[in-house]
Each structure stands twice: as structure tokens, then as C-alpha cells.
Design a protein around this ligand. Sequence first.
Ligand code: ADP
Length: 607
Amino acid sequence: MNLILLFKKIWPFVRPYKWHVVVTLILTLIGSLIAQVNAIVLDWTVDQVNNLVNAGKDMHGFLARATFDWSSATHILMIITAILLGKELLSVIITYSQNYFGERMRVRVSRDLAQAAVDRILTYRMAYFNRNGNEAGRLQSRIDQGVSSLSTTVQNTFIDLLPLFTSAFLALILMFMANVYVGLTALFIVPVYIWITTHQAHKLRGWRQQMRSYREAKSHGIVSIIESINVIKSFNRESIESKKQLDIQTALTDNQIRTRKVMLYYDGWKKFVQQIGTVLIIILTAYLVLIDYPGMTIGKIMYHVMLFANVTAPITQLQRIFDTLNDALIYAEGYFSVVEAEQEVEPSGNYRPEKVVGRFDIEHVDFTYPNGTQALWDINMHIEPNKITAFVGLSGAGKSTIVNLLDKFYEPQTGRILLDGHDLKEYDTQYLRDNIGLVLQKNHIFSGTIEENIRYGKPGATDEEVIDAAKKAFLYDQVSKLPNGFKSQATDLSGGQQQRVAIARMFLKNPPIIFLDEPTASLDAVATEQIKASIDAIKKDRTVIIISHSISQIIDSDLVYALQNGRVEQSGDPDELYKKGGVYKDIVDASARSLNIEKLASTLQGG
Ligand code: ADP
């Protein structure tokens, strides 16, 4: 990233506010002219007062009250007062407008940058979020830091930098107009100053870059502590987590102190150079006055010193602007890497059939996750509508991965997946997902009311539809008993109740294809039975895929695929598969044993 590229990338965000920039520029020009007024007035005043004093002196060189021209003196003072007051008033108005426009632009650019990042990441495919280095905390820090640093850059460049430099430039011109030598002296100091500043920035760049990664690590660390707080507490690992954070913090502070040290060192040198400049200007002007150089009066000493201050003031600000630009270069890389990951945009075809029947054909599919874990080998499956297909296998066998592929969250590396005879790749991704209902083992409930959470399945749904869906998910009775009913916070519900919210959401969506990944894992036995009944009821005219460890759900399915280590080991009717023996039988037997079926049977008989 370099400066030109940076501004090229920022420009689209500034363009909507180009009128802000124009207005600020005009104000800037007026402001810069006004900034020189003090120096000019002082120069004029000193010389006028000097003349008056000289004219009023008697033959012995003393100021004589009688001959002193009081009315001219009063006149001069009144003019100065009027000019200076008027100038201050104008200056207040201009500074106010400049700051107001500047802030307004910064805030709006900041909003646009943040929204652009949100809109972009929403289009990215699942693999993006799974990649190392793209953890939630890191992405959040990359976006936040980028937005704040880039919007500050916009303000600094278009609102702060321009006025400062216009003012410096005007002051320099006035110095040259007053006297070429004085102008040259000022002009000589400026490059020295810039040279030191560049040196300083160069020295700090590496450390600033490190700072970004420390900040990301810190933010990621805090997010992961909060996310796994119950694990940390249950294992009493608070001190270990605290130590991990402390290490990051220490590295970060060391870096900060080192950076500060270097900055202060260079700041000292810069101050020194600036003072040398002022001294040189004083000596030079005094000399010119003494040798009676044409146009040089005592007033010019003050005039030149003030103009020189106007030249160096912006240059002292240069460091701040250099820092902001340097930060912007660093953070912009992070920000734009998030916003411009074109290759991560979820692929989509444009096939949108009138109706989805729901027949899936998976042919020779291999799949490897972005981190390199191969999860599936040569998968072949045929999944029929009007049937419940169960995926059975131990944890890690690849069941959820297949569902991920069918929902187009990921694309297989080899082989293909057909839905109703068309490659999944050809389907419009949004259309496809409109036709799929997904209930996961742990469904994310959004903060909001129960009603809002159910309505997520169909944003325009009527109250009756929401209630009907809640009834089908056996949630209605429980929710009605809550003090705020459907207006209660969904996040306050128990795990099992949240699961039913997710199921109700799916009923409301009413899609032709349904994937259930351990939908009843966190439900009690009664709820499981009820949900099973409603799933059976909706299977008609639909494709239902269920991943379950619940033996009752497995043996009730129409077709079973038994997976092991990412391969389909067996498939067919559950009863026939069981008779054949093999992976499926092993799993069913183990489930039966875990249920303690014999004891259960004798208990039930006894009752
Ligand atoms: P199952 O659903 O049968 O329990 P999964 O499909 O979740 O199994 O996992 C299959 C394999 O893929 C496992 O080895 C797992 O570690 C791996 N895996 C699952 N999800 C991811 C992911 N997001 N990134 C990398 N590897 C993954």
C-alpha cells in the first residue's frame, strides 16, 4: 500500500461529500489570508508608532507631550482594534464552519466505511470465516481500526492539512515579498524539518505495523474469553487466561514505550531546528535593519518572526499527519483486505426453477476444508423427496459436512451435486436457500423477542402464522405462560426452548427441503417425541435429511446412509442394513446398549 493507492481507494468514500471539500477549501483560502493579518497589522503598527514617537521627540530626543500627535495615535489604535476584532470574529466563524464541515464529513465517511465492510462480509462464503486469521475478534478489530484510521485520514487531509499548508504557503510568499534572503532562510529550514520527520516516520513504521497485529490479537483474545467464559470458570483457568492476555498486553506496551521514546527524541530535534530558524530570522532581519536595507524597519523583525511561525506551525503538525497517514497505510491494508476480498464472494448461478422437487444426487464428491482437513472421500448419495433420509455415523464422520455442501455453504473440490438434475453450482444461491430449512444442533438465537426470532423464517408473516408455527413446534403453551408471552427475550429461553424457536422458524419458512442436524439433541424426551411427530407430519412432499444419534429417529427413517471417516460405508433401508451387519449395526447396537434397553424393557414390563 502506498499513498497514491490509499487515496485512490479512499476517494470513492469521499466523493459523495465533495461539496464539503469544496466549501472547506474556500473557507481555507479565506482563513489563510486572515491568518496573515496579525503579522501585517503588527508590522504596520510598530512602524506607525515608531514614526509617531520619532516625530514627537524634541531636539534633545525626549518625547514631548505638547508636540506628540495624540489624535493620530488614537486613530491608529482604533484602526488596529477594529481590524483585529473584525479579523478574530471572522476567524471564529471560519474555524467553526471548517470544523463543523470537517466533523460532518469524518462522521459520515466513517459510517460509510463501516457499512461497506458489513455489506461486504455478508456476501462472503463460509470458508472466509473459517480461515485462520479471520476469527471474529480479528475481523472486528481490522474493521474498527481501519474505519477510525481512514476517516481520520480523510479529515486530516481534506479538512486539516489543506488549511495548514495554504497558510504556510501564503506566509512563505509574504516572506519572499518582504525580503528574498528572509524568504530563503525560511525555505531552507522547511526541508530540514521535513527530512527529520520523514526519518522519524520511517523508523516507526515497522513498530506501528506490529502494533496492528498486537491490537488484533488483543481483541481476539477478549472475544474468545467472553465466548468460552463458562469453560474457563468451570476449569478454574482464570489465571491462565489472564496470563495469556497479559503477555499480549506487555508486548503491546513495550512496543508503545519504544515508539514514544523514538518520537520524543525526534520531537526534540525538530523543536531545536524550529528555534534555530527563528533565531536566524531575527538575526538576519536585525542586520538588514541596521545596515539600512531598503524597506527594512524595526517592525519587520516582528513581522518576519510571526510569518515564520505561520510557516512552521503547519510543519509541526506534519508529524501528526504523517502518523495518521502511516497508520492509515497500515490499517487500510487490513480494512481493504476485508472489503476487497472479491474471491471470497459467495458464488451464485442464476438457475431459478419454478418449483424445487428436492431430489439430490451426490456424485463422487471429495471435500477438504479451507484449513486442509479432508472431510469427505468419494461420496455418492441419492436423496429422494417424500422420504426421511438419515445420516448415521460417529462424530467427525462427515455428516454435517455433507449438509454444508448441500446448502452450498462450501463447494466440493471434485465430483458434483445435482438438485433435481441441475448442478447446485447453477442455482441462484439465495433462491436455493429460500427452499431449504436448516435446523442445527445449536441454533443461533438473535437478541430480540421470541416473536421476532420466529418471524426471521418469514419476515412478512402474520401473527396467526407465527402462533401456528409455534404450536407445531410445541412451543406455544410454554411461551404463553411467560409474563411477556411472545414478546419475551428469546435469549432468556432454555436450550431446549431455543431449539423449538428454531424449529418454529423453519415451520414458518415452510421450505420443500429440510435439513435437521441433531435437532432434538438438547430436548427432553417429551419434547423429542412431540417434535418427531411434527417432523413426520411435514415430511410429505418434502425432502427431509436428518442427522441424529437418537436411535428412535434413525430406525424410523426411510433410508439410511452410514458414514465412517468421511466415506459412505453402507446405505439402504434401516431394517435390511441392520440385518446385514456392519457399521450401521454396530452404531445401533451401541446406541441400544447405551440406552440400557434390556433393563428398560424389564422396567417397562414391570410397570
Ligand atoms: P459429523 O457431523 O459427522 O460429526 P463433521 O462433518 O462435522 O462430522 O466433520 C467431519 C470432519 O471435518 C472432522 O474431521 C472435522 O474435524 C472436520 N471439520 C468440520 N468442520 C470443519 C471446519 N469448519 N473447518 C475444518 N475442519 C472441519
